[in-house]
Design a protein around this ligand. Structure first.
Ligand code: NZQ
Ligand code: ZN
Length: 391
């Protein structure tokens, strides 16, 4: 067994009322003026934002607001946030919302620390050397950004539009306040999409090259089974605490590195790149995009190691036939109204659209992706074609 490194420094406060710790924790952190960052309305509607701001004020901490983060968060608002943080003399960022708000907060954090063009950190021109301190109050279980090293930003100032991630340990934020009750108001579609994302963060890691730590496989099966168990409960009864709590913690553990610990590599991650091209260009929900792609990817790469698929199927569904295992996952996605093809995203791809998207993923044929199976532009085009019913 080899575990070279495991780093998950975020201080998590979990459970009912966790958000009420905001003022206390920020004070302990030495914050004096906080940039409170949020989305397009849900936290105002639920009254959460008012409660949090009252709580911060009561702790004697000043704050300034920046709302307006949209799903697939945009670099233009990040730039606004960087200017605001500096001009207001802030020394902390508090994200109140889902993964998009938190990713935008991380980008602002890189920007205020690093100077220059913040997009450099996302297009790979520069590596961040620091970040402003960040905490979050999470309102949607999905991305795992509350413990992950990642932030994904969409550049709406370019044509074509780019969606790029910046993965760096600095992006693991200082604290996360996780109250499952705050996710009761998440729509059915976003709940289901979030659950697919949670599953995919484990599946991407499960499929990798080289040796595997058996414990990590077993943890992966347990996590996937819990998401499969609790998602329908949350959809049926949005205020079921057990369901929401299990999904929330699965979201954090699925993407904090645990599900790759002891494996030879960090995982495949091709599906995420293939999906990001869709959400960049067509603004689809990330989890829904993943569910539209995964089955086609799985069939395309199956022969690399059919036993791996068999093991997954057996561990999660008691189904050791590899093809039937893939079908079981797709049947689950369908059962929670998630698409299993590109049409299901409301998109009508022809061959030219598939080629164009594949070139976008490989930066015009400049890179390959994947680790379980390395994919080039032609492979990715084939996967888009399969997912579009053209192959
Ligand atoms: O803007 P508001 O009004 O808050 O509405 C949001 C948004 O419309 C709404 N929502 C959030 N919490 C709610 C709620 N509605 C009612 N009640 C609540 N409690 O849900 C909608 C979607 O929110 P968003 O934050 O976009 O969703 P999610 O958390 O799934 O984040 C998706 C983004 O994260 C990236 C994705 O690519 C996408 O851009 N990812 C980030 C990762 C990371 N940083 O580690 C990893 C992932 O693989 C992913 O790529
Ligand atoms: Zn994801």
């Amino acid at each position: 067994m080899t575990i070279k490194e495991y780093y998950a420094p975020t201080h998590v406060y979990f459970g009912k009322g966790a958000e009420d710790k905001a003022g206390e924790v920020l004070k302990k952190e030495g914050a004096t003026k906080v940039l409170v960052h949020f989305g397009t309305g849900s936290v105002k509607k639920s009254g959460l934002l008012d409660r949090v701001e009252e709580n911060i004020k009561a702790a004697g901490i000043d704050f300034v607001e920046l709302g307006g983060v949209v799903p697939n968060p945009r670099v233009s608002l990040v730039r606004e946030g960087i200017e605001l943080y500096k001009s207001e003399g802030c020394d902390y960022i508090l994200s109140v919302g889902g993964g998009s708000v938190l990713d935008s907060a991380k980008a602002i954090g890189y920007g205020v620390y690093g100077g220059g063009d913040v997009w450099d950190f996302y297009c790979g021109k520069r590596v961040p050397e620091g970040i402003a301190p960040i905490g979050c109050i999470l309102t949607l279980s999905a991305t795992g950004s509350e413990m992950s090293d990642s932030s994904v930003i969409t550049n709406d100032e370019t044509d074509p539009i780019y969606k790029r991630g910046c993965n760096n340990d600095l992006g693991r934020i200082r604290f996360s306040l996780l109250n499952p009750e705050l996710t009761y108001t998440v729509s059915k579609y976003q709940t289901a999409s979030g659950s697919v994302d949670i599953m995919m963060h484990t599946l991407e890691r499960f499929f990798h090259s080289g040796h595997t730590l058996e414990l990590t496989d077993k943890l992966s099966f347990a996590l996937l089974k819990e998401v499969i168990r609790w998602t329908p409960v949350a959809l049926e009864k949005p205020d079921d605490y057990e369901a929401r709590a299990n999904l929330m913690w699965c979201g954090s553990l699925s993407h904090n590195g645990l599900m790759a610990a002891g494996n030879a590599t960090l995982g495949d991650w091709a599906c995420h790149q293939i999906e990001h091209e869709l959400s960049a260009e067509y603004d689809v929900a990330h989890g829904a995009g993943l569910s539209a792609i995964w089955g086609s990817w799985a069939r395309y790469v199956l022969d690399v190691d059919r036993d791996r698929f068999a093991k997954l199927g057996e561990g999660v569904f008691g189904e050791s036939d590899p093809i039937r295992a893939i079908e079981k996952f797709e049947a689950f996605f369908k059962s929670i109204d998630m698409p299993t093809d590109i049409k299901g995203l409301g998109l009508d791809f022809d061959e030219a659209a598939c080629k164009n998207a594949a070139l976008g993923v490989t930066f015009q044929d400049a890179r390959t992706l994947g680790d379980f199976k390395v994919l080039n532009t032609e492979d990715i085009c084939n996967i888009y074609m399969m997912a579009s019913g053209l192959k």
